[in-house]
Design a protein around this ligand. Structure first.
Ligand SMILES: O=c1ccn([C@@H]2O[C@H](COP(=O)(O)OP(=O)(O)O)[C@@H](O)[C@H]2O)c(=O)[nH]1
Length: 406
């Protein structure tokens, strides 16, 4: 059995098979330390047979803002956010299971963008919070995850939840994840050319059920939605934050605000006596994308992509889809709505002053970045079968199943 490797003392293993329970319930706790928030996922799995994947019985999800990187200079307070979230886990996992339930935290773009010693201090703090908890703390339980793993594990989540990993068929779906700090694209290539023409670090493999999956995957650090706002404003890595005002024609002309991301505060504003609107905005965000994003050979085809995180949030805010049900749209729908939002800024201003910039960035990323056609279908999802669409579930599988990403 793959499961319970760390607690083989369990009686079940010692009993003859006819005395073993026919199905086994077990739990796992995965923390997602993202750039805009920290989230806990408490999974309940049922293992029906020894060989296959378990069934996900339940997910308890809770999120807090801001993310760990906002505590770069006060790591103890960052640790406190994790301590608070662990209380939720204690309510979900039965007391008798605490000692064998693994607790794992993986950090993404927020910590990748910090100086290494500050990221390290935050992770150390989290580790000591885990150590004082009643849960099982495995080796390497607190880490900074690389972008390749982030992309692959989200692909595993979505294909598991949509049933594509159970079937013997090689039919799968691609994923598009737009975080605050980074963005990921992952899919299983149908054509040899996609692999052949891809930069070698855009191809990764992992093992499952005695076969190796070869995926196209890449994470673009600094091209997440919030980092892209800063880049568009020319504020990413800038000095003089105390006095400089960063302007953009993607913002309402009369807009002016102090805006905080990753523990830094920026003065941002529209261009009061200039022009605002879709065309100028597109030109601005283009600089954040052109020459940066690799266009895979295959996106010209007819594959379906599941798009989530900020793709989903912005589609809801701009009224493209229903917030509770998600929906299917085409790339051109993002473009059409971006134009409308940018050219009627006062109407959309109450929803968010950044909506024009965000929608234009998403349009530009999909079309000029990845090279999607106008009629590429995007399946926008927040949850699939009651489970959060994120890399966290895939990461929990990786923990139990050792997917050996290479
Ligand atoms: O289980 C999850 C994990 C993330 N998100 C959303 O996905 C986005 C991810 O942002 P994050 O800060 O994690 O991005 P990263 O730091 O990884 O770039 C935010 O809108 C979150 O609300 C979500 O809805 N469910």
């Amino acid at each position: 059995a793959y499961y319970g490797r760390e607690h083989t003392a369990s009686m079940d293993n010692l009993l003859p098979s006819r005395f073993r329970p026919s199905s086994l319930t077990f739990y796992g706790i995965m923390f997602d330390a993202g750039s805009t928030g920290t989230r806990i996922h408490v999974y309940t799995f049922i293992q029906k047979d020894q060989a296959g994947l378990p069934v996900l019985d339940n997910e308890m999800y809770h999120a807090v803002k801001p993310g760990l990187s906002a505590y770069a200079d006060i790591p103890e307070e960052g640790g406190n956010t994790v301590r608070q979230l662990l209380k939720v886990a204690k309510k979900t996992v039965p007391r008798s299971e605490w000692k064998k339930t693994p607790v794992v935290l993986k950090a993404t773009a927020g910590l990748r963008l910090l100086p290494e010693h500050k990221a390290r201090a935050l992770l150390n703090e989290v580790h000591s919070v885990f150590d004082e908890s009643p849960f099982f703390v495995p080796n390497n339980s607190v880490s900074l995850m690389n972008g390749t793993n982030e992309g692959i594990l989200a692909w595993v989540t979505v294909n598991f939840l949509t049933g594509h990993l159970y079937a013997k068929t090689r039919k799968t779906v691609g994923i598009l994840d737009l975080g605050g700090g980074s963005t990921q694209i992952t899919f299983l290539p149908k054509f040899k050319k996609t692999v052949y023409f891809a930069p070698s670090d855009h191809i990764a493999r992992f093992d499952m059920f005695n076969s190796t999956y070869e995926l196209y995957t890449h994470s673009y650090l600094g091209n997440g939605l919030i980092a892209a706002r800063l880049a568009t404003l020319g504020a990413l890595g800038a000095d003089g934050l105390d006095w400089k005002v960063f302007t953009s024609s993607c913002l309402p002309k009369k807009f002016r605000e102090d805006w905080t991301f990753g523990g830094l505060t920026y003065k941002v504003s529209g261009i009061p006596d200039g022009y605002a609107g879709y065309k100028l905005c597109y030109y601005e965000v283009m600089r954040v994308i052109k020459g940066i994003i690799h266009q895979p050979y295959e996106v010209k085809g007819s594959s379906i992509f599941y798009a989530f995180s900020y793709y989903y949030d912005r589609a809801v805010e701009s009224g493209l889809i229903d917030g509770s049900r998600g929906g299917t749209i085409e790339v051109r729908d993002f473009k059409k709505r971006a134009k409308e939002v940018c050219n009627k800024m006062t109407k959309y201003r109450p929803i968010s002053p950044f909506l024009c910039m965000d929608m234009t960035y998403i349009t530009c990323l999909l079309k000029e970045g990845f090279g999607f056609k106008d009629n590429t279908v995007l399946q926008l999802t927040k949850k699939i079968s009651n489970a959060e669409t994120s890399w966290a579930l895939g990461a929990m599988f990786d923990y139990f199943h050792h997917l050996n990403i290479h």
